[in-house]
Ligand binder design. Structure first.
Ligand code: FES
Ligand code: FES
Length: 245
């Protein structure tokens, strides 16, 4: 039931009170909410819990004022009717089933939710979906070309740029955008020569600074730095595509 719903437009998903949800059907969302109450899962930011940890009586209903929104997501044109309160992260994960993009802090502090909007990296947990009307969104699922991994994905594999992997989709999306920013010549806080007009040299210091918005709780940073450096040597010039992979 839930898997089917994820593929529907938001407006087509029946409310919880709908007969479709009655009876013995125990949805994945209800399972997560129940387990979360027992294990303290509210700390992970699941919807349907208030900060005190008590379950809310009812998940807030979708707004009556839905907004027509269209986006190109991983190359596919999609039309939605969206509750204006829904974040891009929740649209991707909850409605479209693109669960490669992770929810870590849900507060813009960890980078696990990083995706590309028109080639620019953003924290999708801080971004309302309706604000992306007309945008091209690329998630970790959209980086590979068929069986061919993006050079940065391949480099993360070769240089052990991860341990548990939870932060990895955000790290990789962030790195892909970073390479474009460097090719374009953007300076960072540690760039020594701000007047130069050339692609930035991606030293380990530059990579650490430019990836500082992506936290890895496993501490896989040495491998991540090596992977970004290796990926930069294999990634084609994206200045003509505005950073779109
Ligand atoms: Fe978005 Fe942590 S989940 S920054
Ligand atoms: Fe585990 Fe980064 S690989 S959090």
């Amino acid at each position: 039931m839930e898997a089917d719903n994820r593929l529907k437009k938001s407006s087509e998903i029946p409310p919880k009170s709908h007969p479709e949800h009655q009876g013995t059907d125990f949805t994945r969302r209800e399972f997560v909410a129940t387990v979360g109450a027992v294990t303290g899962g509210m700390a992970l930011g699941f919807r349907g819990f208030e900060s005190s940890g008590t379950a809310l009586a009812e998940t807030p209903a979708r707004s009556a004022h839905e907004v027509a929104t269209e986006m190109v997501i991983n190359g596919q044109h999609q039309n939605f009717s969206l509750d204006p309160r829904v974040t891009l992260l929740d649209l991707l994960r909850e409605d479209l089933g693109l669960t490669g993009t992770k929810k870590g802090c849900d507060h813009g502090q960890c980078g696990a939710c990083t995706v590309l909007a028109n080639g620019v990296r953003i924290n999708s947990c801080l971004s309302l979906a309706v604000a992306h009307d007309g945008d091209e969104i690329t998630t970790i699922e959209g980086l590979a070309q068929g069986e061919q991994l993006h050079p940065v994905q391949q480099a993360f594999l070769e240089f052990d740029g991860f341990q548990c992997g939870y932060c990895t989709p955000g790290q990789i999306c962030s790195a892909v955008a970073l390479l474009h920013e460097a090719q374009r010549g953007d300076a960072s806080f540690v760039t020594p020569d701000l007047a130069r007009k050339a692609p930035a040299e991606l030293t380990p210091d530059e990579i650490r600074e430019r990836m500082s918005g992506n936290i890895c709780r496993c501490g896989a940073y040495p491998g991540i730095v090596e992977a970004v450096q290796a990926g930069s040597r294999q990634t084609p010039d994206t200045t003509k595509t505005g950073g779109r992979p």
